[in-house]
Ligand binder design. Structure first.
Ligand code: ADP
Length: 356
């Protein structure tokens, strides 16, 4: 687990509405929560039922099939994420808490020049926690989390991308407060216009219209988070609209330590402090997801060492994970980000990044 930074989920979470009655006869929709255990299925966090949402006049003219697809595939009802689940990134956590979470929690105080930006760009290497941060912002501010990748607008939703964008913003408005997380935003708001086909151009135009619409109504509580590994490919339209641009860098030594300890804490291992220090020295340049891959690979080591019939060995026979397993894994799982990429991120951060 990451070190507690004082921004724990408990102190930041909005209280959930109580005393709501569950509507009956919700037949049209499958429950929007994929893995709900404690959450009610037919009520949203902001207290509206799905029936309220369907009836919401902001959804007039929107294809109900689209609304249903959004509820089932784009609304993310997975596990809540707290700041403590995210290792390192102290600077980003602080900037986001002050400029995004507090205004979403207390719009009465954070109005006018203190109002939250409607767009936040998270840029940096892949696998560094950008999606986790998006989910965490939604959790902390009691907002619905919509998660979609830009490339799926043109591939998976082929032909319907433009309609989907319109429906997505309409549903987000009906269910607000909402956080829309758009991954690979560079593929939507790209500088490269040659080769851009008509459909992509229309999706982009619709997206910009909707994005601007969020900014014109001060009462709308919709935050658009764009994530990208290629910030230098974004066009000027994107640059202007994302008021905050935050660099999400590779994990430093201490963050890698948190990640490693968190991962191995659930495993049988015999790593000493010295061993852990050795692994951390060797993983300079690894992303969070590289660290994840490394531990997974190392976890296979003890089983390979057994060389027995997998069907016959008992759980107690599996030896603890040892340094040798990590040494072997380090030859298999390498840092996925190159020095050249890091240079590009630093340059972009120096030019456009939000210092605070
Ligand atoms: P990104 O959106 O930047 O590509 P993700 O947020 O999807 O990366 O992270 C991918 C996975 O890597 C996560 O599910 C998590 O297991 C791990 N991870 C990456 N960065 C962190 C971090 N800072 N703290 C905790 N886990 C992380």
């Amino acid at each position: 687990k990451g070190k507690s930074n004082g921004f724990s989920s408990k102190s930041n979470q909005m209280s959930k509405p109580s005393g709501l009655t569950k509507p009956t006869g919700v037949s049209k929709f499958k429950p929007p929560f994929k893995t709900s255990e404690s959450e009610p299925t037919a009520e949203t966090k902001n207290g509206k039922s799905e029936i309220d949402i369907v009836a919401d006049e902001r959804l007039k003219g929107i294809d109900p099939a689209m609304v249903e697809a959004i509820m089932n595939e784009i609304v993310d009802g997975g596990k809540d994420v707290s700041w403590d689940d995210i290792a390192g990134l102290e600077h980003a956590k602080q900037v986001i808490t002050e400029s995004i979470i507090w205004p979403m929690q207390r719009p009465d105080i954070f109005c006018g020049i203190r109002s939250a930006p409607k767009g936040l760009l998270l840029f940096g290497p892949p696998g560094t926690g950008k999606t986790l941060i998006g989910k965490c912002i939604a959790t902390q501010s009691g907002a619905k989390f919509f998660s979609i990748s830009s490339s799926s607008l043109t591939s998976k939703w082929v032909g319907d991308g433009e309609k989907l964008v319109r429906a997505l913003f309409a549903v987000a408005r009906a269910m607000q407060p909402s956080v829309i997380f758009m991954d690979e935003i560079d593929s939507l708001l790209t500088q490269r216009t040659d080769g851009e086909n008509e459909a992509s151009r229309r999706i982009k135009t619709e997206f910009l219209v909707q994005f601007d619409g969020c900014g014109t109504n001060a009462d709308d509580m919709i935050l658009l988070i764009g994530a990208t590994n290629r910030p230098q490919e974004l066009d000027d339209a994107a640059g202007r609209r994302f008021r905050k641009k935050l660099y999400i860098p590779l994990p430093e030594y201490e963050a890698r330590r948190s990640l490693l300890i968190h991962k191995i804490s659930k495993q049988n291992h015999c790593l000493t402090e010295n061993d852990i220090g050795h692994i951390l020295e060797k993983t300079n340049g690894y992303s969070g997801s590289d660290m994840d891959g490394l531990v997974r690979e190392a976890a296979l080591g003890p089983i390979r060492r057994l060389k027995g019939d997998i069907l016959r060995i008992s759980v107690e026979d599996v030896p603890p994970m040892a340094l040798q397993d990590f040494s072997a894994a380090l030859t298999q799982v390498r840092a996925s980000v190159t020095e050249r990429d890091l240079d590009l991120y630093l340059k972009f951060d120096g030019k456009f990044g939000s210092a605070g």
